[in-house]
Design a protein around this ligand. Structure first.
Ligand SMILES: [Zn+2]
Length: 457
């Protein structure tokens, strides 16, 4: 009978997925090609493994319920659910498999090691701040980075989001994709900081939502026109990502994003009405404000850097309509919300709420150090490469590129420097309590098994 065959095939698929996961986990052993991806693979394996155990139990129940008759057509709905979940599990694992596999291609290895190192370091920096503040959010397992041709710009799928719209299963480990061509522009890896910002937004419990609500009511109090109120609220997720870009990457995030978004005026200075990103013209000026306020007070060089870029930016877009310029009236309010609003999602164990700014790891004289490192990357070995954290090196590379756009070996030297700054051994940490895994699996498996209704195990 067809139902029998589908049931047996699903069980066989489950067996091969288990074997796959075991094999891939061994590749993340110390010294293996994927050793830096150990914490990600552990979480992926545990999540699928829990699903498989639940499915196996359910299959046993189903077999025991009809020992003589075999699997009847009456059970077909349950069997079809098992089959659906297995197919989704294969599809999702297939995606992770592709992302992990890219690390076996020789010429991608260094770049992906570097971008993984940056993503890990960004997560680690925020995790350390959370710990110091006494906020119990576990950020285990940093995002996996990969090449992907789905869009022509970097993007991410955060933890807990669906890989495909019709899936029940969600991603246990966030994924950040960059277009293939970025591997020759290592200073553009500041895009990783932005995408990590989106993943942090989700893992921290959506500070962007709280900020959007706050901004909405503050702007209305000032009788701001609807167009601007709605736009700021709609843009809050992207602004959070830019804010993390500035916090985690340093002042040169501004230089990177200005070059990246310098497009034809028809794409840069007009508001269509539904965009999730701020109009590029405004986005650069807003990031400039963030850089100025976050890093400027500690270093007057930053003010000059920001002014230079803003002047240049305004010069390439001389004709901007007044309704766009009017958004600049809201910049101070917007900045204050992102920098200073105490957030419910960042409540510490004493009940105090913290603003996003508290997640900023303070790097003393960062801009000065990044400028010296830029000279080093351009070949001046008398300058110090005094940047120990992988996430800080792309900013130095951006400053180097701004000084000399024709430098031949800047890309290779940058990747080398990032790779050299990644800690030895495996990244991530072993946590016996494994709270994140528990939380994920509970949410994920329960949701998964609602497909079975009351009959679920
Ligand atoms: Zn974004």
């Amino acid at each position: 009978m067809i139902a029998d065959q589908v049931f047996e095939s699903a069980k066989l698929r489950a067996g091969s997925l288990e074997a796959e996961l075991r094999d891939w986990l061994t590749l993340t052993a110390p010294g293996g090609v994927l050793q830096k991806n150990n914490s990600q693979m552990v979480l992926v394996q545990k999540t699928f493994d829990t699903t498989l155990v639940r499915l196996r139990n359910y299959c046993t129940l189903l077999s025991n319920a009809t020992p003589q008759a075999g699997i009847s057509n009456q059970n077909f709905m349950e069997i079809a659910c098992i089959d659906k979940i297995m197919r989704e599990a294969f599809d999702l694992w297939g995606a992770y498999r592709t992302w992990f596999s890219q690390r076996f291609v020789g010429r991608f290895q260094s770049y992906l090691l570097a971008t993984d190192g940056i993503a890990h370091d960004c997560y680690q920096a925020v995790a350390e701040r959370l710990k110091a503040l006494g906020i119990s959010i576990d950020l285990r397992s940093y995002p996996i980075t990969s090449f992907d041709g789905r869009y022509d710009s970097p993007y991410t799928i955060a933890r807990g989001k669906r890989f495909r719209a019709n899936h029940i299963q969600t991603l246990p480990v966030p994924m950040i994709a960059v277009p293939w061509n970025l591997q020759t522009l290592s200073w553009n890896s500041l895009a990783i900081h932005h995408e990590v910002g989106h993943d942090l937004d989700v893992d921290l419990g959506m500070p962007s939502k709280e900020i959007a609500d706050h901004l909405g009511s503050e702007l209305l109090k000032r009788q701001t026109v609807d167009l601007r109120v709605q736009a700021w609220q709609r843009w809050s997720k992207e602004i959070v990502a830019d804010y993390f870009g500035v916090l985690l990457g340093g002042p040169a995030y501004l230089g990177f994003i200005a070059e990246y978004l310098a497009r034809h005026p028809s794409d840069s200075i007009e508001l269509g009405g539904e965009e999730l990103h701020p109009v590029p013209y405004l986005r650069i000026l807003l990031v400039a404000k963030f850089v100025q306020r976050v890093w400027g007070p500690t270093n007057p060089q930053v003010a000059a850097y920001v002014d230079g870029i803003c002047t240049d930016w305004r010069n390439i877009y001389p004709k901007v309509q007044q309704y766009i310029v009017d958004f600049e009236k809201d910049f101070d309010l917007v900045f204050d919300a992102f920098q200073n609003l105490p957030l419910n999602c960042l409540t510490d164990r004493h009940g105090s709420r913290h603003p996003l700014a508290d997640l900023c790891p303070h790097e003393h004289a960062l801009f000065t150090k990044q400028n010296a490192a830029a000279s080093f990357l351009l070949g001046d070995l008398s300058c110090d490469m005094d940047l120990k954290a992988p996430r800080l090196i792309p900013g130095a590379a951006q400053l180097a590129f701004e000084r000399n756009t024709a430098h031949q070996s800047l890309n290779d030297r940058t990747i080398e420097a990032i790779v050299a700054s990644i800690p030895d051994g495996q990244l991530g940490e072993d946590d016996d309590e494994d709270r994140l895994h528990e939380r994920l699996v509970n949410r994920f498996v329960n949701e998964l098994f609602t497909a079975f209704g009351e009959t679920g195990v």
